[in-house]
Design a protein around this ligand. Structure first.
Ligand code: ADP
Ligand code: MG
Length: 733
């Protein structure tokens, strides 16, 4: 008996661990070799050109065209020496993927004979990709489909394969953003401006504040042969049917377990390439679900961390091919086991090297910490539904709000020590405002275990894995972001809402000072106000519990389970005003984003529904009928042999035959209804309305169809089942 599954399993058995990108040198010797970073710029650029780039990065100064020519020439010389034949403006359209259109360096020589490598400043700075098919939410009509990519000098160019990739923003003819990077960059500038103004009250030497990001990336690996035998994985990135394996993550033996050898070889290759791209990878480990893994680089400036994360997603996919593996970034590829996220560790650091979210050792640094800490709390409270809406997507909703990943409602966990501190601040009267910061905030106590074990210093915050937004000692960790998302699409909102509160903070403090309070008292008064105002967002308990769901609703914290409804946040009056006031997005850009989000939602669900129809009609039902026929033949044979007793002898077969018919009928009916629901929804022109209809009328069938298909998987002869099963997809030797 041979079918797609048995052939895939046979091929799977031949795959083994192997290295393809081994480099025996110490990492320090090849780290960053594929990036045109500052040291390389010094080598390849004139002092003038080098300084221009540094100025652009540090002070946001424009690079003049003639200098750009010099930079382009230096960049090209380096890239060609490294073996690059092409360059591309690398950009981040409103899909979660990145986009690239390669152009050759080779230009014809004058006189028509031969070619030479050429790269002009104007080409470095700006390109006009014919990219009219990217989602734009109405910002571009096809007849004037001009979109420009423009160089972002703050994120260094890099080489993947033989292509020089130049990070760029992607904007319309009108300058309106068509990408994720533009609002992110604007929001970083907003945080800088607002935070620096407050820092200057403490230290005149602070001239810049940079948001920092450390991104933990979770992902699944599946054998390529098994993957290819699953149309749902190939097309949707997740399994639409498939019964849970008898054993998956119950024993928690995969989490932090020994890394399987094939996976280890893949990770090592991936790391070698990542190091060459200047990514400071730090951790690697097994995650909770079988076949689920995670890596995290050391945190860094937000724009660069975000770009590097996207780079890593590309090279992981490339390298997996060599290992006959598929990397899955989908948020919920398998039902019944944990899904994947991208935990975004976020903080703010001054150009004098101070982490503004690190509780201090002196009263003064504590005061500064509390300014920023309370502003983040206040911002997340004020715009909790908007912030949560940034992670809403068809994919991520299969993950959020289950009993594993973060809940679909926003809350902040701060741990016991800080809760005590916050509570004491809330109780301060105007008379004793500074009594809290007079003392050092006790951040750590030593833990003694047994004699030979050195004393350990526990974090001042406990862990609460059920919180979507947790303070973890010197940063906040936003855990609800999906594993396939471009983090910029969430972080730009986080930056914006924090910047808004920092501005508000400063102006309230200024008022208090004007009315005669000392700076410390003026600040403490606002800190107290912010903490009191944001009280409802604080939750220290189990975010997965039903009690919390009820409590959150009572507090007016909305969940984002209804994805199309959550998208509406982008065009909500209050939020549009926020984006406009903070100079992040215009109303038109917000509307476009809203339109695009809905469009992607509809298309993804439409594709899933089609694949579901195909899987059930062309794989599951025919297999069920084949098996049922063999039962029928068996019953008929027994009847021939034992005409009198056959009914009793065939009791099980007869029951099964009728059970299978029942499931087939249910499946058939559901698929029919699914198709009808789609037909109705597809007639709707208005995209948001269409998304709502898809959510209300199409989505519910997906789970119901799956239930019957999975029941059939449980009763049908294993030999016949054509789709690799969960126990096979989730295994590695
Ligand atoms: P855990 O799984 O325990 O949360 P990991 O080590 O997997 O921790 O990831 C933590 C991430 O947070 C890393 O990327 C790390 O560099 C980053 N990080 C650490 N300190 C900060 C900080 N101050 N600001 C932003 N990110 C940080
Ligand atoms: Mg973490």
């Amino acid at each position: 008996m041979s079918n797609a599954r048995t052939r895939a399993l046979a091929e799977f058995a031949t795959h083994s661990a192997e290295r393809f990108y081994e480099d025996s040198r110490p990492v320090s010797e090849y780290f960053g070799m594929n990036v045109f970073d500052l040291p390389k710029m010094q080598l390849y650029l004139s002092t003038e050109a080098y300084k221009a780039v540094v100025n652009a990065v540090n002070n946001g100064e424009k690079i003049e065209r003639d200098i750009a020519d010099q930079i382009a020439a230096g960049m090209k010389n380096w890239a060609v020496k490294m073996g690059a034949t092409h360059y591309t403006h690398w950009f981040q359209p409103l899909t979660d993927a990145t986009a690239e259109k390669h152009e050759s360096f080779a230009d014809p020589m004058e006189g028509g004979v031969g070619v030479f490598e050429n790269f002009k400043g104007s080409t470095l700075i700006q390109q006009e990709p014919d990219a009219s098919s990217f989602p734009n939410g109405g910002l571009r009509n096809t007849f004037e489909a001009r979109g420009y990519t423009a160089w972002d000098p703050s994120s260094p160019a890099f080489i993947i394969g033989q292509t020089l990739c130049i990070p760029t923003v992607f904007v319309a003819y009108t300058g309106e953003a068509l990408d994720q990077k533009t609002p992110h960059l604007k929001s970083i500038a907003a945080v800088d401006k607002a935070a620096t103004a407050i820092c200057k009250m403490f230290d005149k030497n602070v001239n810049k504040v940079r948001p920092q990001l450390g991104i933990e990336q979770e992902y699944f690996l599946v054998d390529e042969a098994l993957y290819s035998a699953r149309p749902d994985l190939v097309i949707c990135g997740r399994t639409l049917v498939g019964h849970n394996a008898a054993k998956d993550q119950q024993l928690e033996d995969h989490y932090f377990g020994a890394i399987p050898s094939r996976v280890m070889a893949f990770m090592q290759d991936f790391e070698t390439e990542a190091y060459k791209l200047g990514v400071r990878l730090k951790t690697r480990h097994n995650e909770v679900a079988p076949n689920q893994f995670e890596f995290a680089p050391v945190y860094g400036e937000a724009n660069i961390s975000s770009d590097q994360n996207l780079m890593m997603m590309i090279i992981m996919k490339n390298i997996a091919v060599k290992h006959k593996l598929k990397v899955i970034f989908h948020e919920k590829p398998f039902d019944g086991v944990n899904g994947s996220g991208k935990h975004c560790n976020w903080s703010m650091v001054t150009d004098t090297g101070v982490n503004l979210l690190k509780p201090g050792r002196t009263p003064r640094t504590n005061l500064q910490f509390l300014c920023f800490f309370s502003a983040v709390m206040r911002g997340v409270y004020e715009h909790n539904y908007l912030l949560m809406s940034t992670v809403a997507s068809l994919n991520n909703m299969y993950r959020l709000g289950g009993s594993e990943a973060p809940p679909a409602v926003m809350s902040i966990f701060i741990g016991e020590t800080l809760t005590k501190l916050v509570e004491s601040i809330e109780q301060l009267t105007d008379k004793n405002l500074t009594s809290v910061t007079d003392k050092e905030v006790k951040v750590r106590s030593k833990l003694h275990i047994v004699n030979q074990i050195p004393e350990i210093l526990p974090d001042n915050t406990d862990r609460n894995r059920t919180s979507p937004f947790a303070f973890t000692g010197n940063r906040f960790e936003f855990r609800a972001v999906g594993s396939s998302a471009n983090v910029a699409s969430s972080i730009f909102v986080l930056n914006t809402i924090v910047a808004e509160q920092l501005i508000r903070f400063k102006s309230l403090v200024d008022n208090n000072i004007e009315s005669g309070l000392s700076m410390d008292k003026a600040m403490m008064k606002v800190i107290r106000q912010f903490l009191l105002e944001s009280k409802k967002i604080r939750f220290e308990g189990n975010g997965y519990s039903d009690e919390w769901r009820k409590e959150a609703a009572k507090r007016g914290l909305k969940d984002v389970k209804n994805v199309p409804l959550a998208f509406k946040e982008f065009i909500d009056k209050k939020n549009v005003k926020l984006f406009e006031d903070m100079d992040i997005m215009t109303c038109r850009e917000a509307m476009a984003r809203y339109e695009v989000l809905n469009e992607i939602y509809v298309k993804k669900l439409q594709i899933e529904a089609r694949v579901m129809g195909d899987l059930t009609t062309n794989h599951v039902i025919p297999t069920a009928i084949t098996f049922q026929n063999s039962l029928i033949a068996n019953v008929k044979g027994l009847k021939d042999l034992y005409p009198k007793d056959y009914a009793e002898m065939c009791a099980m077969q007869l029951r099964l035959i009728s059970k299978i018919s029942g499931y087939i009928n249910n499946l058939h009916e559901d698929v029919h209804n699914l198709i009808e629901a789609r037909k109705v929804a597809n007639k709707i022109e208005d995209v948001p309305q269409k998304a709502k209809t898809y959510y209300d009328t199409v989505l519910p069938y997906m789970a119901s169809i799956r239930r019957y298909a999975d029941k059939l998987e449980m009763v049908i002869d294993d030999e016949l089942w054509p789709l690799p099963k969960y126990r096979e997809l989730q295994s590695f030797r």
